[in-house]
Design a protein around this ligand. Structure first.
Ligand code: NAP
Length: 349
């Protein structure tokens, strides 16, 4: 089966990271793009060799030549698009976050379940080979029981696009749930939990927010209690472009350090390769990895999920948990009190 894809959105992320990967992915073909502006859509389609252009979501969903959508539109549109797509019988791969609230995310999940379509959320860094190797080592007990882990993701500053129209949604309270704690912090806690194979269960948080609604923080520090007893520390910033430091996982019998993953967000030396250091009683070993096209791997896995031979790398339930963690983070930051993630999920998680 070849999955016929439509890309929703022609913005920064679609252009930089998604369109090329979607076109290259095995098991599918990119047949259409949707832009609210037909001229922009046609220019994007010409540039990337895409056959069909739509200028509304409704016309994408009415197109019988499309099986699945990859949604790179603003955060608040992800869940409504997933619901409309489900009703039209299209599969949905949505950029993180799944939704801007748990309530909205649940509606999207329910619609996809009801209509029998596959829903996945893009946490692309799960695919990074250095992360896969760290997860494998943790799983096989190479560093004993993981008791401590930390990750820091400083978003590199990006200059606003000359076309500032599309840029403005990030300042619109209706379009996103908060600041850096959810836009980059979600990558941080998702990768941390995925690598050590434990779920985030409790959070406390400090941010530099000057507004509560919506939160507008640029620096967020999160303390996490994980299901296997580990303590995690995740930091996300967008005003400290040089704050890179290794991702560290510490166990009772060793430690793992990961460098140069997330470079597409943090920037870094052009020739930097992801590196993994393992330190145990036996000594220290260092391995370098070739950079991988995580978005292509994401789409290929989703194509297999549609074909019934695999599952999405991040199933909707885990995307929903990430949204719940975001809600817990803001509640923790506002109240100064530790929050249980389960309290933000239906039926207590
Ligand atoms: N996984 C990752 O690492 C990663 C990285 C970056 C971004 N993302 C996610 O990708 C999504 C898009 O981010 P981005 O940086 O690409 O944003 P962006 O540059 O503003 O692009 C968003 C695009 O969505 C389309 N759109 C549709 N309805 C819109 C509306 N009402 N207002 C504004 N734009 C609308 C626009 O395309 P048209 O004008 O052509 O319609 C716009 O160019 C976000 O949800 C973000 O969280 C994920």
């Amino acid at each position: 089966m070849t999955v016929r894809w439509a890309l929703l959105g022609t913005g920064r992320h679609a252009e930089r990271s998604v369109v090329g990967s979607l076109a290259k992915a095995d098991g599918g073909e990119l047949v259409a793009v949707m832009s609210r502006d037909r001229d922009r859509g046609e220019a994007f389609a010409r540039k990337h060799g895409i056959a069909r252009v739509h200028d509304t979501v409704a016309s994408v969903l009415a197109d019988d030549a499309i099986d699945a959508i990859y949604d790179t539109t603003p955060d608040a549109l992800h869940a409504p698009h997933a619901i409309y797509a489900a009703r039209a019988g299209k599969h949905v791969l949505v950029e993180k976050p799944l939704a801007v609230s748990v309530a909205q995310g649940l509606q999207a999940i329910e619609a996809c379940r009801q209509h029998g379509v596959t829903l996945g959320v893009v946490f692309n860094q799960r695919h990074e080979p250095v992360h896969q190797e760290a997860r494998r080592l943790v799983r096989e007990g190479a560093i004993g029981d993981v008791v401590l882990a930390n990750v820091q993701i400083p978003l590199q500053s990006v200059s606003p696009r000359p076309d500032a129209r599309a840029w403005s949604w990030r300042a619109d309270p209706a379009m996103r749930a908060g600041g850096i704690a959810i836009s980059i912090g979600d990558h941080a806690h998702d990768t941390l939990a995925y690598l050590i194979g434990q779920q985030v269960e409790e959070v406390s948080a400090f941010t530099d927010a000057t507004r509560d609604n919506p939160p507008d923080e640029r620096v967020a520090g999160l303390l996490l209690k994980l299901s296997g007893g580990a303590i995690g520390y995740a930091v996300a910033t967008r005003v400290t472009p040089y704050a890179r430091r290794p991702f560290e996982i510490h166990g009772t019998k060793g430690s793992i350090l990961i460098e140069n993953s997330y470079l597409y967000l943090t920037g870094g030396p052009a020739d930097a390769r992801p590196r993994l250091t393992v330190i145990t009683e036996a000594g220290e070993s260092v391995n370098a990895f070739e950079p991988a096209d995580c978005f292509r791997l994401e789409v290929e896995r989703f194509n297999r999920a549609i074909a019934g031979t695999d599952t999405p790398m991040t199933p909707a339930s885990e995307g929903l948990r990430a949204v719940a963690i975001g809600e817990a983070i803001y509640q923790a930051a506002r109240t100064g009190c530790v929050q249980k993630v389960a309290a933000f999920l239906p039926d207590g998680g």
